[in-house]
Each structure stands twice: as C-alpha cells, then as structure tokens.
Design a protein around this ligand. Structure first.
Ligand code: NAP
Length: 262
C-alpha cells in the first residue's frame, strides 16, 4: 500500500538505534525526508547513511545531541524545512525502587519523557494544522497500560504525557485540520535496551541471558520479542494519508501480552 506521504518531512527523535531507527527506516522507504537525532554522533551518522542507501531519493539530516535539552530541540526543529511528521522518542528512565529516587530523578524523567515531547509538539502542531496535514506519534510504553513496578519513573512520566495527549489530540483546531496525535506502546522489542536489561538481570541473578530470554518469550502469546522494523511499519501507517481519522489512540504492540479485552 502506498501510504501517500512521499516527499513529506519528518523529525524522528532518538533514532540511531532501536525503535526510533525502525520508524525512520519505515518512513524512508515511503519516501519521507528525515531529520534524525541521537546523542552519539558515530551511530547517528551510520544510521543516516543506511537511510540514504534505503532510498536515494530522500534527504536525511542528522542532528547529534540530547533531545531533552532546549538547544537540541531547537536545532532539530530548525534543520527541518517544514515538519509534517513528528515521531517523539527518547531514552527511558532507569528502573529502581521509588524510595531511592529524589526530586531530581523525577524531574529528569518528566523532562525526558513528558516535557520534551510536549515542547516539540507545541512547536509544530499549529503549523501542521495551517498546512492541513500533520502526524505526531509518541513512542511511550506498554507500561502505561500495565505498569511495571520497578519502572515507576517511566510509568509516571509517560502516563502524564498520555493524559495530556488524550486532551490535545481531541482539540477540533487540530483534528479538523487533519492533524492526528497517537501513542505507540511497545511491549518487549529486541533492541539494545532490552538486550542490555537482560544482561544486567543475568549478572544479578546468575541466570544465563539465553534462559532469561526464553523465560520472557514464554510469557508472550506470540512467543517472540518484537523487532524494530515491524514497530516502524505500524508507525509509518499512523503517519499515512490513510490514517487521517485515527487520533488520540494508544496502540499497544506487544504480541498479545496485555490480557484485557480493551
Ligand atoms: P535503544 O535500542 O536503547 O535505542 C535508544 C535510541 O535513543 C538510541 O538511538 C539512543 O542513541 C537514543 N537516545 C537515548 N537517549 C537519548 C537522548 N537523551 N537524546 C537523543 N537520543 C537519545 O532503545 P529502544 O528499545 O529503542 O527504546 C526506545 C524507547 O522505547 C525508550 O524510551 C524505551 O524505554 C521505550 N521502550 C522500549 C521497549 C523495548 O522493549 N525495547 C519497551 C517499552 C518501552 P544515543 O544513546 O546515542 O543517544
């Protein structure tokens, strides 16, 4: 299916690896010009080259730096001639026990996973509405729907974003001007982050990474982890011309793990 977005411009934050990269690849295949961001310059340039090789007809601009900082947000926005599509993503807050977290830990989580996407949305959605087309996809987490106790910082900050988006997406000045805002909620995806978490748990518990992986996978009805490319394909569909009536939704991609009817 042609998604009808060739020639548009997208910002994909935190996109040198993992889920953000999956989204950038899927958009590149659809002919979308890209501004991608991540902190590490080398991996980011490597991904930019991969995207250019995927589709020689698109422009790819790489902006290295921490997307949680106003300077890098401004640099990413200025690099994009006009923002038709915004994919918000960032590193996730660390796991832990809430008794060990202080105000700064909470402010950092809220800044990275709630305020940063809101700032980027604020800078872009009214222009999208004026142009009659806009797509915002926020990468959040399955933990918004089914909280994970050790991920309290993530549960809290991302739920704040989710509540805000639920109201914003329904503003008629956006929805009636073909601007949609949706959240994509990953379950377990086989990215560097997941692999790193498995290694940490293996070191702590003395269990092998393979055994932990098998145990986790057995808890997923699909009996496998998701991969970043299939995540990206769903993101690209949310950004498509066809998805113009789909807004304010939380789309869970978890291989059937969430046990509820809705
Ligand atoms: P990943 O494989 O570790 O990739 C993270 C990407 O984000 C990298 O490109 C990284 O590059 C970039 N990044 C991290 N912090 C950044 C920052 N401050 N500014 C700019 N770029 C930054 O992680 P992932 O698995 O794709 O996860 C992406 C998001 O989804 C995270 O918030 C994660 O918590 C969430 N999530 C993932 C899963 C899963 O199963 N994978 C499940 C639920 C939620 P640099 O390090 O070079 O900056």
């Amino acid at each position: 299916m042609d998604l009808g977005i060739a020639g548009r411009w997208a910002i994909v934050c935190a996109a040198s690896k993992g889920l953000g990269k999956g989204c950038a690849k899927a958009l590149a295949k659809e002919g979308v010009n890209l501004v991608i961001n991540a902190r590490g310059q080398d991996a980011l340039e490597g991904t930019a080259n991969e995207l250019r090789a995927l589709n020689a007809s698109i422009e790819v601009i790489a902006i290295a730096g921490d997307i949680s900082t106003p300077d890098i947000q401004e640099a990413v926005l200025s690099a994009c001639p006009h923002v038709d599509i915004l994919v918000n993503n960032n590193g996730g807050p660390p796991p832990g026990d809430f008794r060990d977290w202080d105000r700064d830990d909470w402010f950092k989580a809220v800044e990275g996973n709630m305020v940063t996407p809101i700032e980027l949305i604020k800078a872009t959605v009214d222009k999208m509405a004026a142009n009659g087309f806009g797509r915002v996809v926020n990468i959040t987490s399955g933990a918004v729907k089914a909280p994970i106790d050790i991920l309290g910082l993530s549960n809290g900050a991302r739920s704040g974003l989710t509540g805000f988006i639920a109201g914003l997406a329904r503003q008629p000045e956006l929805a009636s001007n073909n601007v949609t805002i949706n959240n994509l909620l990953p379950g377990s995806f086989d990215t560097e982050r997941l692999q790193g978490n498995l290694r940490k748990t293996a070191d702590k518990t003395g269990t092998s990474v393979e055994a932990l992986r098998e145990q986790r996978v057995q808890g997923i009805p699909a009996r496998r982890f998701g991969n970043a490319d299939e995540f990206g394909d769903v993101c690209a569909f949310l950004c498509s011309a066809q998805a113009s009536y789909l807004t304010g939704q939380n789309i869970l991609l978890d291989g059937g793990s969430y046990p509820g009817t809705f």
